[in-house]
Structures are given as structure tokens and as C-alpha cells.
Write a protein that binds this ligand. Structure first.
Ligand code: FCB
Length: 437
């Protein structure tokens, strides 16, 4: 990969927030000490997870969190993004765990940044039902009451787009539904849950609130009108459908008519002002007209009925997951957001960025992160207001339908012994943070 690696990374503004991210279902384990989530149900079904694994133990972070917080402290990050498991909070002792974790993170001099929903919905609940949004707000109030005195920054939801599309439209993730466009209420109810959660957090005195949405540039496969139209549709579905209700208080291009309930009233709640907007970035997507598709993409099989097809981005290095490495896609995404939303755009935070590679001497990960941090700096230089950057992930972990086959961590986890070993990228990130000062 062509990088400027070796030259010092340019300085970021004072107060820029550097962090790492994880999520509860992917690292905690201790599944028998909490209620079941839709992911427990899904992974128990044969064939759902590629290596047949489950997250019942995962990294056993629930029992080893002190060791993991020490790794955070050694890294020298400003902030730690983790998620709170709603099924655990519903279970005896669940909130006590997050209480201990938050204390430990604070004691290490790191700011805790919890995500309140990272896909592990309590198994009895269902995002097709509007009531789930109200239940979420109740749960958020309980968590905020307990942790609000120590948590400086909150994230409502992680990637409602993926949870809708992978989980409910094509069935590759929990709960494994294949509803195609009938999954749209799942998007609306999660967005409503986000707005209600912002209200609940404010009512509990919280002041620094955002959402983590996944975004990426969409590149038409060619200049043919059919490819350009398909790419525009994909951009609508992945980017605009989830950004615009939050940022503008509107659904894009007539999609409001497809949503359930009193959409105009709900949009007022969904657009409850956030303090910042989180972007998870991995790669752009090249999209063309239906047919001629690579039906296998990044580990997913896309149904032929979709009005677009995803094509290979050629001539790029690939991560072990098969995702193309396109650092300048991050600059394009961020400047594109600024151009699209102008003054309406809240400050941005990169809430996830990272890559899957094997090995402890992970020079490919270093090259990926180095190039993406530089691409982020280019966006700042061109005037985009970005306030923070979180690497996905602190630890190797349970990568959803891929099981343990994909290693995104700065720290290697041996899943037999549960031993943690910092990788070369851990030392690289630590040194970069020191150089930033
Ligand atoms: C994101 C998810 C995160 C992790 C990374 C690789 O879509 O938010 O949990 O799986 O991808």
C-alpha cells in the first residue's frame, strides 16, 4: 500500500479525542449471567455463524475487564468506547458490572463513552414493533441514572443501518429476517429510539450525546445511467436514510411515505439535537445496476432481488475480510458530508475505523491506520469539524456472522487461553498518541 508511513503524522488540534472501541456482545462473554439477546438466539441456529461459534465466552471481558482497562491505560487513549448490554442491565447484577467498569476506566484516566445499543436486543423484543423504542428510552433512563455522574459522553445507537439491512432485510445478522424493503419500520423504530434516548439522557442531565452510524462513499460502477442510478439508490439506503432524519429532521426523497406511524411527529423526536455525529468508516462501496453482480461481497451474499449490485473495487490492497483499503475514501466521505449538510452538520467523531488482519506483527494494520489517520487530517485541513477518532477495536473479538475468524484488535486474544498480547499496531498507536502529546 502506498503510504507516507515513516513521516510523522501531522498534529491534530488540542483536545482532539483519541480512543478505541469495543462492544458488549463481541467481548464480554458471561452469557449465562444475563438474559438472552437476539444474537444468542441467532448464533444457536446451525449455519448462521461461519465457524459455528458463539459469543458465550468471547474474550471473557466480563471477568477480565481490569486487565483490559490496564491495556487501555498502557495505550494512552483519551477515551474508551464500549457498549452496554441491555439484556445484562435487565439481569441481576448487570448494572453493577457497568458501574465497576466505569469506575475502573475513570481510575485509569480514560473517559468512558458507552454505546447504549450495539445490536444485542433482548430476545423477547423486536424492532418491528414501535413499542421497542419506548422500552429503549426506559432502559436508557435507568442506565443514565446509575452512571450519569461519571460518564462524560454518550452514544445512543450503533449502526442502525447494518442492524436493519443485515439483520432484518437480508438475514445475515440477528435476528436473521429476510424482509427486504419490509424491514424499513426497523429503521424508523431505531431512529425513533435514538431520539427518545436523547430526550431521556438530557432529562437525566447528560450533555454530550451522539449516535454512531456507518457511512461510506458510494462509487458508481460506470458512468452508465443505470449504474449511476443504482449507486444513488444505495447511497440513499445506506447513508442518507440514516443521516438525514437525525441531521435535517427529514427522510430523503419520498422515503417518509414508506415509514410507519405519524412520521412527521416522529421526525421531530428523531431530530432532537445531538452534540456531535459519529461516523464508522471502513471502505467505499462500488455499486452498479442489478445483475452482473458479485453476489458474494465482504462475506455477504446479497439477494438477487435488490435494485443494485455491489462490484469489486479493483487495484487496491484488501484486508483479510476482503474489504478494499481506501484511505482517501474517508476524506471524501467527510468533505462530502460537509458539502451535503453545510451548517446543519454537527461536529463529527470517527467512532470506528479499523481492519481485520492475522498476526501479532501486524504491519498491514499499522499501514491501514497510519493512512486513515492521515486521510482524516486532510479532511480537518480542508475545514471539516472532526473532534475524535476511535480505532475498531481494542481486542480481537467475536465478529458477528464471521465468528472468531476476523481479527480487528490492537491486542491479540488467544481464544483457548484468553491470553492478551499487544500487537505491533498497539505499540504503533501508543507511540503515535505520545507524539501527539
Ligand atoms: C461494524 C460494527 C462493529 C464491528 C465492525 C468490524 O459494522 O459496528 O461491531 O463488527 O463493523
Amino acid at each position: 500500500m502506498a503510504t507516507d508511513a515513516g513521516d510523522p503524522i501531522p498534529r491534530f488540534p488540542d483536545g482532539f479525542l483519541w480512543g478505541v472501541s469495543t462492544s458488549a456482545h463481541q467481548i464480554e462473554g458471561a452469557a449465562e449471567e444475563r438474559e438472552r439477546s437476539v444474537w444468542d438466539v441467532f448464533t444457536a441456529e446451525p449455519g448462521r455463524v461461519k465457524d459455528g461459534s458463539t459469543a458465550a465466552v468471547a474474550c471473557d471481558h466480563y471477568h477480565r475487564y481490569r486487565e483490559d482497562v490496564a491495556l487501555l491505560a498502557g495505550l494512552g487513549v483519551d477515551a474508551y468506547r464500549f457498549s452496554i448490554s441491555w439484556p445484562r442491565v435487565n439481569s441481576p447484577g448487570g448494572l453493577d458490572f457497568y458501574d465497576r467498569l466505569v469506575d475502573e476506566v475513570c481510575a485509569a484516566g480514560v473517559r468512558p463513552v458507552p454505546t447504549l445499543f450495539h445490536w444485542d436486543l433482548p430476545a423477547p423484543l423486536d424492532w418491528l414493533r414501535r413499542d421497542t423504542a419506548a422500552r429503549f428510552a426506559e432502559y436508557v433512563s435507568v442506565v443514565a441514572e446509575r452512571l450519569g455522574d461519571r460518564v462524560p459522553k454518550w452514544i445512543t445507537l450503533n449502526e442502525p443501518a447494518e442492524h436493519t439491512l443485515l439483520g432484518h432485510a437480508i438475514g445475515a445478522h440477528a435476528p436473521g429476517r429476510q424482509l427486504l424493503f419490509d424491514a424499513l419500520p426497523v429503521a424508523h423504530h431505531q431512529l425513533l429510539a435514538h431520539g427518545l434516548a436523547v430526550q431521556a439522557l438530557r432529562a437525566a442531565g447528560a450533555s454530550d450525546i451522539g449516535i454512531a452510524n456507518s457511512h461510506g462513499p458510494t462509487w458508481p460502477a460506470s458512468a452508465e445511467p443505470a449504474d449511476v442510478a443504482a449507486a444513488g439508490f444505495y447511497d440513499l439506503l445506506l447513508n442518507r436514510l440514516f443521516a438525514e432524519p437525525v441531521i435535517l429532521g427529514e427522510y430523503p426523497d419520498g422515503t417518509a411515505e414508506l415509514m410507519p406511524g405519524d412520521v412527521a411527529a416522529d421526525l421531530k423526536v428523531i431530530a432532537e439535537p445531538v452534540d456531535w455525529y459519529g461516523v464508522n468508516y471502513y471502505a467505499p462501496t462500488r455499486v452498479g445496476a442489478p445483475g452482473g453482480a458479485d453476489s458474494e461481497y465482504g462475506g455477504l451474499t446479497l439477494p438477487a432481488e435488490l435494485p443494485f449490485s455491489v462490484r469489486e473495487i479493483e487495484g487496491r490492497p484488501r484486508t483479510d475480510f476482503g474489504w478494499p483499503v481506501v484511505p482517501e475514501g474517508l476524506t471524501e466521505l467527510l468533505t462530502g458530508f460537509r458539502d451535503r449538510y453545510g451548517d446543519r452538520l454537527p461536529p463529527l467523531v470517527i467512532t470506528e475505523n479499523g481492519c481485520s488482519y492475522e498476526g501479532i506483527d501486524d504491519q498491514d494494520r499499522i499501514a491501514y491506520l497510519d493512512a486513515h489517520v492521515r486521510a482524516l487530517h486532510t479532511a480537518l485541513e480542508s475545514g471539516v469539524d472532526v473532534r475524535g477518532y476511535f480505532v475498531w477495536s481494542l481486542l480481537d473479538n467475536f465478529e458477528w456472522a464471521e465468528g472468531y475468524a476476523r481479527r480487528f484488535g490492537l491486542v491479540h486474544v488467544d481464544y483457548t487461553t484468553l491470553e492478551r498480547t499487544p500487537k505491533a499496531s498497539y505499540h504503533w498507536f501508543r507511540d503515535m498518541l505520545r507524539a501527539q502529546g
